[in-house]
Design a binder for this molecule. Structure first.
Ligand code: KG4
Ligand code: ZN
Length: 341
């Protein structure tokens, strides 16, 4: 079996990554934490759309059906078919317990059959490492704004595996606010991309929604903003939905950008990175780049498909984790509320 020291040998170290924490069944083969040989994401969006959100039991069952063909596809695409994989990684948390267990069990089985290490990965650490897939030499320390359906955090990344959590949401995650507002506006699921699209046709200054906790620290609160949108809708039955979408998005993005920027200024970080599904948002991407230009620091904005859930980011994070900690014990299970260390 390969040792952590061998992960830094001359020939590329190939990790098969598996991601099943929520409603995307994904696998990828990544060399040395940065070169993506193949990556497949099979979305279950159509399955959950009619329920207006992810149904955990259905997600687990769909992962069972989809994971084997998805893994087979990435192995064929990478030209390996199992030969030459040096480690198998899977997301161990945070996420839906039944969904996580499907990926973990498959990864452990493959690791045992191939006689290679199993590496358990924190999903949020995966989102954080998405930027390294396109910018392997990304300079540290960097401030990372992690924005997904379940989390909203500002992390100071001082070194590989060395993070300081500067702030987080005290209530809803920003992606959750997008999804709930979209549902209220009748835009369906998932809400983030729908609001992103519709907001382009609306006036972001039409309604002045609150910017919660804008002036204080690095923590966030999005539940009041969501309630403000709902109250506005109830009091204005003839509302222009595009204006509401644009105004909500302007408020949410204002807060995200202001806090990331403040964190970079206070810590002396020379760059800001974004990650997580909401980092696919057009306005957030544009505003982060503009803010960094103004502040004379670098912006790292991964391509959209690396922001939303995928397994390339899991394989990339696994490579760094393996060098720091070695293999994950085979009795490690799913940790639905796993925190970023
Ligand atoms: O990281 P992710 O794919 O899954 C989780 O780990 O949660 O993030 C999903 C979240 C959802 O709330 C979705 O609505 C949001 O990311 N999202 C977006 C966009 N694309 C996905 N939010 C705003 N704008 C987008 N373009
Ligand atoms: Zn995610």
């Amino acid at each position: 079996m390969t040792s952590p020291a061998e992960a830094s040998r001359d020939e590329p170290f190939l990790v098969l990554g598996i991601e099943t924490s929520c409603d995307e069944t994904a696998a990828a083969v990544v060399a040395n934490g940065s070169a993506v040989l193949s990556s497949v994401v099979s979305s279950q969006v159509d399955l959950h759309a009619r329920f207006g959100g992810v149904v955990p039991e259905l997600a687990s069952r769909a992962h069972v059906q989809l994971l084997t063909p998805v893994v087979a596809e990435v192995l064929v695409e990478s030209g390996l078919e199992g030969d030459g994989i040096d480690a198998v990684a899977a997301t161990v948390g945070p996420g839906l317990v039944g969904a996580l267990l499907v990926g973990i069990s498959a990864a452990k089985a493959l690791a045992l059959v191939w006689g290679v290490p199993f590496i358990g990965v924190n999903h949020m650490e995966g989102h954080l490492y998405a930027a390294f897939l396109e910018q392997p030499d990304l300079e540290l320390p960097t401030v990372v704004l992690l924005v997904s359906g379940g989390h909203t955090m500002i992390v100071l990344m001082e070194g590989h595996g060395r993070y300081r959590l500067l702030g987080a949401t005290v209530d809803d995650a920003v992606g959750e606010a997008y999804d709930k507002v979209a549902r209220f506006l009748g835009l369906g699921y998932p809400g983030g991309p729908a609001i992103d699209r519709l907001a382009r046709e609306g006036d972001p200054e039409a309604i002045r929604f609150p910017r919660p906790m804008l002036a204080e620290g690095y923590d966030f609160s999005f539940s009041g903003l969501k309630t403000a949108v709902v109250n506005h809708g109830r009091n204005n039955p003839d509302l222009n939905v595009a204006d509401v979408a644009a105004s909500f998005q302007a408020a949410a993005v204002d807060v995200l950008v202001a806090k990331a920027r403040r964190a970079a200024a206070d810590t002396g970080a020379t760059s800001i990175c974004i990650g997580g599904g909401v980092a696919a948002n057009s306005l957030l991407r544009k505003r982060i780049v503009e803010a960094c230009e103004q502040d004379g620091i670098a912006a790292f904005v991964p391509s959209r498909e690396l922001c939303t859930d995928n397994a390339a980011m899991i394989a990339a994070a696994a490579w760094w984790r393996y060098q720091a900690d070695g293999a994950t014990p085979m009795d490690a299970g799913a940790v639905p509320n796993l925190r970023l260390a």
